[in-house]
Design a binder for this molecule. Structure first.
Ligand SMILES: [Zn+2]
Ligand SMILES: [Zn+2]
Length: 313
């Protein structure tokens, strides 16, 4: 199961009910963030899923609406009693940006490890998720989208266990990943599992024009969380000038990717009620929703040949 919350759904500037960009994700009993706009710590407190389980942060890029909450976040982690290393990934220049953002942060009770992504992006692992960072088109500034995969272990196959004469009393140990003895032979969990099973894939990408990498890495995702900075066609000149997307463009990407569900976020302050304009995206991809601050979602492993089960609330 993969759970998340759109803590902040505003782009550029916050408004009273719309904080700046941040996504909270949890899986395997741990949690992480993507982006940390101003006030992210308030959203986490309101959500109530906790600070202590947070192990890392991915920054899409260094515009202020995505990273000015980092100092406050680190202070909240300290107050939560963190001692373990906290990892932050971001574009090149991360060290310099963090020095500037954290000049007011006193020495912390835990180490912070910074990881600068190369221009072409790369693969990383966090809270048991396999993550691919891919570059997107936000004008001249380096910016990444993230394809996030929660793998699923292959199922235990009782037939194979019987064939190898594993006592039934040892099956639970094998299911828990332990090696057991069957007579004179050792049996590993891999020896008694069936076909690999499909995991869950989520793609998060804001602050971009439609581009080839976005098309490539959104392919077949269960859930896409994409920017909907501007709703309607009349805003195309602004979308082009500021390197953002229209609702219809995000919808088209979801349709071409054959995604399971599209959630729009990162709304312009000029967009009072994103719900009002959802048809602009739904004309391209019917299963589209508008995020709001504090909206949570749950994804469960898919059945064979299907997309992951999703609930939004
Ligand atoms: Zn932004
Ligand atoms: Zn930006």
């Amino acid at each position: 199961m993969l759970e998340g919350c759109t803590l902040g759904t505003g782009g550029t500037l916050p408004i009273p009910d719309r904080a700046l960009s941040s996504l909270y994700l949890r899986a395997n009993g741990q949690a992480m963030l993507i982006d940390c706009g101003e006030g992210t710590q308030v959203g986490i407190r309101r959500l109530g899923w906790g600070f202590k389980c947070l192990d890392g942060l991915l920054l899409t890029h260094f515009h202020g609406d995505h990273c000015t909450g980092v100092a406050g976040l680190l202070l909240s982690l300290e107050k939560a009693g963190r001692e373990e290393t906290f990892h932050i990934w971001g574009p090149r220049g991360l060290k310099r940006v963090m020095e500037g953002l954290c000049v007011i942060v006193p020495p912390l009770s835990f180490p912070v490890m910074l990881h600068e992504l190369p221009p072409e992006g790369g693969e990383l692992s966090l809270i048991g998720l396999d993550i691919r960072a891919f570059p997107v088109d936000h004008g001249g500034i380096p910016c990444y989208g993230f394809r996030i995969h929660l793998p699923r272990a292959a199922a235990f196959d009782p037939e194979k266990a019987r064939e190898l004469n594993v006592p039934v009393t040892e099956w639970k140990n094998l299911q828990e990943g332990k090696t057991v003895r069957a007579g004179i032979r050792e049996v590993t969990p891999e020896m008694v599992t069936g076909e690999a099973r499909k995991g869950i894939t989520l793609v998060f990408s804001t602050d971009t024009r439609p581009c080839e990498t976005l098309t490539r890495y959104t392919r077949d995702a269960d859930l896409l969380i994409l920017e909907g900075m501007y709703a309607t066609e009349d805003k195309r000149p602004q979308a082009l000038k500021n390197h953002h997307m229209l609702f219809s463009e995000a919808g088209r990407i979801a349709r071409e990717a054959d995604a399971g569900c599209l959630v729009l976020t990162h709304f312009s302050t000029s967009l009072e009620d994103p719900e009002e304009h959802l048809d602009a995206a739904r004309n391209e991809f019917a299963n589209t929703f508008a995020a709001r601050d504090g909206m949570t979602f749950v994804l469960r492993y898919p059945k064979e040949g299907e997309k992951a089960w999703i609930a939004l609330s």
